[in-house]
Design a protein around this ligand. Sequence first.
Ligand SMILES: [Cu+2]
Length: 66
Amino acid sequence: MIFEGTVEGMTCQHCVASVTEEVSELAGVNAVTVDLDTGSLVVDSAVPLAREDVAAAVAEAGYRLR
Ligand SMILES: [Cu+2]
Protein backbone atom coordinates (compact mmCIF):
# COMPACT_ATOMS: atom_id res chain seq x y z
CA MET A 1 0.00 0.00 0.00
CA ILE A 2 1.11 3.53 -0.69
CA PHE A 3 0.50 6.44 1.65
CA GLU A 4 1.21 9.93 0.33
CA GLY A 5 1.43 13.18 2.23
CA THR A 6 3.35 16.42 2.59
CA VAL A 7 5.68 17.23 5.45
CA GLU A 8 6.06 20.84 6.52
CA GLY A 9 9.03 22.39 8.28
CA MET A 10 11.99 20.40 6.95
CA THR A 11 15.06 22.46 6.14
CA CYS A 12 17.90 19.99 5.53
CA GLN A 13 18.83 16.35 5.02
CA HIS A 14 18.92 15.82 8.77
CA CYS A 15 15.23 16.66 8.88
CA VAL A 16 14.65 14.18 6.06
CA ALA A 17 16.59 11.51 7.98
CA SER A 18 14.57 12.15 11.16
CA VAL A 19 11.23 11.87 9.37
CA THR A 20 12.37 8.77 7.50
CA GLU A 21 13.52 7.12 10.73
CA GLU A 22 10.33 7.83 12.67
CA VAL A 23 7.95 6.82 9.90
CA SER A 24 10.01 3.68 9.22
CA GLU A 25 9.25 2.54 12.77
CA LEU A 26 5.51 2.25 12.04
CA ALA A 27 4.36 -1.38 11.83
CA GLY A 28 4.32 -2.85 8.35
CA VAL A 29 6.36 -0.15 6.65
CA ASN A 30 8.59 -1.39 3.84
CA ALA A 31 10.01 1.84 2.47
CA VAL A 32 9.88 5.57 3.16
CA THR A 33 10.71 8.25 0.61
CA VAL A 34 10.97 11.87 1.69
CA ASP A 35 11.75 14.75 -0.66
CA LEU A 36 13.26 17.80 0.99
CA ASP A 37 12.37 20.31 -1.73
CA THR A 38 8.70 19.42 -2.10
CA GLY A 39 8.08 17.92 1.36
CA SER A 40 6.64 14.88 -0.39
CA LEU A 41 6.31 11.81 1.83
CA VAL A 42 5.64 8.43 0.24
CA VAL A 43 5.32 5.36 2.44
CA ASP A 44 5.15 1.86 1.05
CA SER A 45 3.61 -0.50 3.59
CA ALA A 46 2.31 -4.04 3.90
CA VAL A 47 -0.77 -2.85 5.79
CA PRO A 48 -2.92 0.28 5.40
CA LEU A 49 -1.54 3.17 7.46
CA ALA A 50 -3.82 5.47 9.44
CA ARG A 51 -3.13 9.08 8.59
CA GLU A 52 -3.09 9.96 12.30
CA ASP A 53 -0.37 7.38 12.94
CA VAL A 54 1.81 8.76 10.16
CA ALA A 55 1.12 12.30 11.42
CA ALA A 56 2.16 11.23 14.93
CA ALA A 57 5.42 9.78 13.62
CA VAL A 58 6.13 12.95 11.66
CA ALA A 59 5.34 15.00 14.76
CA GLU A 60 7.69 12.80 16.77
CA ALA A 61 10.45 13.84 14.40
CA GLY A 62 9.48 17.47 14.99
CA TYR A 63 7.53 18.28 11.81
CA ARG A 64 3.98 18.49 10.61
CA LEU A 65 2.06 16.34 8.15
CA ARG A 66 -0.16 18.40 5.91
CU1 LIG B 1 17.20 19.73 9.08
